[in-house]
Design a binder for this molecule. Structure first.
Ligand code: KIV
Length: 274
């Protein structure tokens, strides 16, 4: 498959995505969790591949991202890295792998880089983890931040509704974005917040913002691959645009296969060895 027209073939680095903000080129980011899918989206020209802990939902069938372990994430990330030539690969550090102490966080971020081959890690949260982020960045590991709806804290929020609609939480988010920028993050995911607030954050920080349910003024956009491909029928938030109906396509292919096996049509003469 050829790379999408307009997309450069040189490797995407953390510096590339920062430069993209300043040149006004939007950043495309998608999740992937395995070698084959990562290879397809990399060859299509996506800029950043996030090995999200949404693997917990779409790969493992859990209701939340809380059960994901560092071992799970290292496994998924190593599969993705082997399929990618060009994109920047960012791996989520899972719940409780970075919240206990900054030292433990640094060790775990280091494992993600050394054992899985990630190019950067992503951590959820603001003020409480800013010191940890600085420590990881100071050790030479690029960090992507994540504010707004932070799914690892679902049991604290109690809901997946839009965050920071009230003035106090919006101000807190603006402060957190600045704090994370000062701690050295190279990019910031903004999840499910009002578009006007995302625009304000994007204007105030010099690092790129990547939105999911955060409007069009972010410097880039991210979607969960299974959702945008239409593999995930039951999930239809307002921000999700479906680019295919692979659920339907796969069902059709599998139904045809079952029919052909049962009817004896498969394998035919050309599909046998003699
Ligand atoms: O885990 C994930 O897929 C994410 C994106 C939704 C940003 O964090």
């Amino acid at each position: 498959m050829s790379t999408q027209k307009g997309a450069s073939t040189s490797k995407v680095t953390t510096q590339t995505v920062v430069e993209m903000k300043h040149s006004g080129e939007k950043i495309s980011m998608l999740t992937a969790y395995d070698y084959t899918m990562a290879g397809i989206i990399d060859q299509a020209g996506v800029d950043v591949i996030l090995v999200g802990d949404s693997a917990s939902n779409v790969m493992a069938g859990y209701e939340t991202t809380v059960p994901m372990t560092l071992e799970h994430m290292i496994y998924h990330t190593s599969c993705v890295v082997r399929g990618v030539d060009r994109a920047l690969v960012v791996a989520d550090l899972p719940f409780m792998s970075y919240q206990v102490t900054a030292k433990e966080a640094l060790i775990n971020a280091g494992r993600m880089m050394k054992e899985a081959g990630a190019h950067a890690v992503k951590l959820e949260g603001g003020k409480p983890i800013a010191g940890t982020v600085k420590k990881i960045v100071d050790a030479g590991i690029p960090v992507m931040g994540h504010l707004g709806l932070t799914p690892q804290s679902i049991y604290k929020f109690g809901t997946y509704k839009v965050r920071a609609k009230e003035e106090k939480e919006a101000q807190q988010l603006l402060d957190d974005a600045k704090r994370l920028e000062d701690a050295g993050i190279f990019a910031l995911v903004l999840e499910k917040i009002p578009a006007e607030l995302a625009a304000k954050v994007t204007e105030r920080v010099s690092i790129p913002t990547i939105g999911i349910g955060a409007g069009a003024d972010c410097d880039g956009q991210v979607l969960v691959l299974h959702d945008m491909l239409g593999l995930n029928k039951g999930f239809s938030p307002r921000f999700l645009r479906r680019y295919a109906d692979l659920h339907e396509e796969m069902s059709r292919a599998v139904t045809s296969y079952i029919h052909d096996v049962k009817s004896g049509d498969f394998p035919n003469e050309q599909e046998r060895y003699h």
